[in-house]
Design a protein around this ligand. Structure first.
Ligand code: AHR
Length: 317
């Protein structure tokens, strides 16, 4: 049921409108399944829909923006009550967002931002991705102290908001430490396999002994890179410090095993707050804030990473 219809009905009846979650159909345009974190986000979105009696129409875009745009147009044609989008890149969304707006279908962004006017979507549920990078940089600066440190960086998908923000945030985090220098920076597309391939090229180009730390924009790339470091005969976590983002179970395991040093948690529960916001909006027009910020938390070797691994491994990662 559309909000416009609802408001009209309530005005006529002079009674507050009410939409029950069980009546709702939500279309979710997901990026794909590039990382363990993404798989968990998808699982949570499906579970939360089931718990609330919401019908979820799910479309996997296989990392392609054109597939996302097609899926969104199909959701509009089907007249869903709300559209969730995890946008693969930040630009190129204006036209399809206008189409959703013209159809009076609220759009909610999940985990990534878009470069478009904020009146084209209802809200965006994301972490502070600049802050995540800053925490990683500050952690590394502190861990290294005054020593000279050449850093290699594995960036996320080119043009995606977390890749842009996590790079900027990290540079802010190390800005006060002239002894820290990023010597190589390249995309690993947020995947484990590319993380490994690109790390192999970094090790070859720089020589493993000249690299003091790896900063990866997500844990999957870090886990792939850890494999490359081991295959090069070096000890990840010792010879090369490793810091990344997401806090997926495998990162906790790597920290517990001494092969990784720190990770910043990104909750996979983006859909829960989005369903809450959509339900309230459709029920009585409550406008959510434009940004619903999720928490970011640093995990290091001082946490009980074995226990956290055990807890998290059931969560759909
Ligand atoms: O947008 C969130 C990022 O996308 C996650 O950190 C990464 O794992 C994913 O692919």
């Amino acid at each position: 049921m559309k909000r416009r219809t609802l408001l009209l009905a309530s005005a006529v009846a002079l009674m507050p409108a009410a939409v029950f979650a069980a009546d709702l159909t939500v279309g979710f345009s997901q990026i794909g399944s590039e990382s363990g974190w993404r798989a968990a986000e998808t699982s949570v979105a499906k579970l939360e829909a089931e718990k609330r009696g919401i019908t979820l129409k799910f479309a996997d875009a296989q990392q392609k923006q054109e597939n996302q745009i097609k899926a969104i147009r199909s959701f509009i044609a089907q007249g869903v009550d709300g559209i969730f989008i995890a946008p693969v890149v930040a630009t190129g969304w204006d036209e399809v967002l206008e189409e959703a707006k013209d159809a009076d279908i609220p759009v909610l962004l999940l985990d990534r931002k878009v470069d478009a006017s904020d009146d084209l979507y209802l809200t965006s549920v994301t972490s502070d991705t600049v802050y995540e990078g800053k925490v990683a940089g500050e952690w590394l600066a502190e861990a290294v102290g005054g020593a000279e440190c050449n850093i290699v960086e594995l960036q996320g998908t080119t043009g995606s908001s977390p890749a842009i923000d996590r790079k900027n945030g990290f540079e802010q985090g190390i800005a006060g430490s002239d002894n820290l220098k990023i010597v190589r920076s390249q995309t690993g597309d947020f995947t484990r396999s590319q993380g490994k391939v690109v790390m192999e090229s970094f090790l070859k180009a720089e020589g493993g002994e000249n690299i003091c730390a790896l900063y990866a924009h997500n844990d999957d790339m870090a886990v792939g890179a850890i494999q490359a470091i081991k295959e090069a005969g070096l000890k990840p976590g010792e010879d090369i410090l490793v810091v990344a983002i997401d806090a997926v179970p495998d990162a906790h395991l790597a920290i517990a095993n001494g092969e990784m040093n720190a990770t910043i948690e990104l909750t996979p529960n983006m859909a829960g707050p989005a369903y809450d916001a959509l339900e309230k909006y459709l029920a009585d027009g409550t406008m959510p804030p434009k940004w619903i910020q999720t928490e970011s938390r640093l995990f290091t070797a001082s946490d009980d990473n074995n226990a956290i691994y055990e807890e998290k491994k059931q969560l759909g990662y």
